[in-house]
Design a protein around this ligand. Sequence first.
Ligand code: PMP
Length: 455
Amino acid sequence: MSVTEPQTTSSEAARRHLLSPAEDMAKLGSAARPLLRHAEGIHLFDADGRALIDGPGGMWCSQIGYGRQEMADAIASQVMALPYNSPWHSINGPAAELARRIATLTPGDLDHIFFTTGGSTAVDSALRFVQYFNNVLERPAKKKILVRYRSYHGSTELAASCSPRPQASPFDTADPKIVVLSSPDARDRPAGMSEEEHGLALAAEFERVIAREGAETLGAFIAEPVQASGGVIVPPANYFALMRAICAQHDILFIADEVVTGFGRLGHWFASEAVMGIVPDLIVFAKGVTSGYVPMGGFAISDRILARVSGEHAKGRYFSNGYTYSGHPVAAAAALANIAIFEREEILAHVRAVAPHFQAGLRALRRYRLVTDVRGAGLVGCVECAGDDDAMKQAIGARVDRHCQELGLVVRPIVNNCVLSPPLIIKRAEIDQMMDILAKAIELTEADLMAEDLW
Ligand code: PMP
């Protein structure tokens, strides 16, 4: 490209040069994505200055909402004080303080923290720790990773391979290191089976898989408390305690992927202990740690697990997983400011107070014929719409989203699942407004489908 080429508008520049993380290659450069100019509170503003409620909260990350001066100040002053340091050769104050703070927020003895640049790299790093752990313990075969169908753990090579979904992948995600268990999805529960029996059946499947593969080949089990991108799937209440006990029995590390549920989404700093009722060996976090203001992720790990491979046990081997930006001072300063806002505004208590209202509002949408299921927990939920085949499901999801956007709400569908995980600061009246818009959009979509003789 010539440097003398004329200036273009942002939309035109994006159309010509910017690849999105979900690029439709059939329409390269022609899929219209709205240009956002700014955001405030729970609202996004488009190029015409029109306000839209941010239903998905960015990508499940905008916990404290937008436009926080305190975040800007914390970021700016850290940029001026120390914008970068090499984490190989030095430490910075904000990263050390953030590790200390997070250690106070995690359950049990998960008191050591490793920082990365986002969720995928945090998952990848946790899984690399599993390899390190078993190599140091001289159990080189104990490396396979147990994952669940419909999980999403990220887009690095290994995290993507740990994310088996119904949609065909255009990548080489088949990996002999990965063993897939069923999703704890109520829609797959046989008729007549109770939720408790479903939990027991899933645990029995886990035990069968261990017997088949051999515990000596299984290094870790990784699970989201709520399978978010897979369609907001909430497991049976007894499920995690059963899975945790089986992991402990076979020395399989239990990794809770709290990239979505961490930092308040279910009304607690982490869902592991408070909601799932367990203490994992590792917790992966990202997104809400900075409320998306700057990228950051990481994992917390149990001291008991670390003790098995540290000191003389390490046999001189480093856990070298060397990110240039591990514990980046600006990201850490943003995370500390974010946590301070959570505490001052009692955001966790607020989530616990408004979540039942949010969930009741979603469940009321079951009155529509188009709505086939409603799921959720805390301030995350989804409305699943009808559709006989994938193309129809996609079209219906997109139609509801379009009507919502015209009425002032983004719901960003995952196929036919309209997802809501709004900023955690959302007020009751704003929840009502969101539900009214979604209801109207569903009515309009039903009317469209009938007018077009598609339904
Ligand atoms: N784990 C889960 C549960 C996620 O939902 C995501 C992202 N949506 C990731 C990991 C990957 O995080 P990132 O996009 O920050 O790499």
